[in-house]
Every structure is written in C-alpha cells, then in structure tokens.
Design a protein around this ligand. Sequence first.
Ligand SMILES: [Zn+2]
Length: 83
Amino acid sequence: MSPSRQRREERPDYGWVISYGCKETGELKRLKVDTDPAADTSPIEVPCACGEVHRVTVSPYRRRRAADEPFDLEVNSLDELRS
Ligand SMILES: [Zn+2]
C-alpha cells in the first residue's frame, strides 16, 4: 500500500470524467483525469482506442467520476495530452 492510497481512503477521490465522441466508432468515450481539469480548458489530443488521435474540447462542465464508473483512458493531468 502506498502512502497516497492511504490518503485517498480517508477522503474518497475518484477523479474527474471528460466525455468525448469517437468519430470512428460513433461511441461516447470516457477519459479519466486525476486532477481538476477546470484550470485549463484548452483543447486536448486524445489517443483513442480506435487508433486515431481525437482533438477534444475541454468543457468547463466537467464532472466527478463515480466510484465504479468505467473509463477508456486515464491520465494524471490533461497537460499530458497537450503538445
Ligand atoms: Zn476514436
């Protein structure tokens, strides 16, 4: 058990979810991000499961992720998806 995991058990934090549409498959995908994405809403480039990289506009209407909510991709910060 890492110290960070211990801390998370005291105050549950399941991250944030940003939804985006995959143009290739027509599916709605979920991107999980650990840090609050509201600080910077500039577009991100998401390496999608379909093999393409989708340019996604970050909406300020992000939402908390539910404990058992599935996601397709996970990052610590949206900055990882900006070039
Ligand atoms: Zn896709």
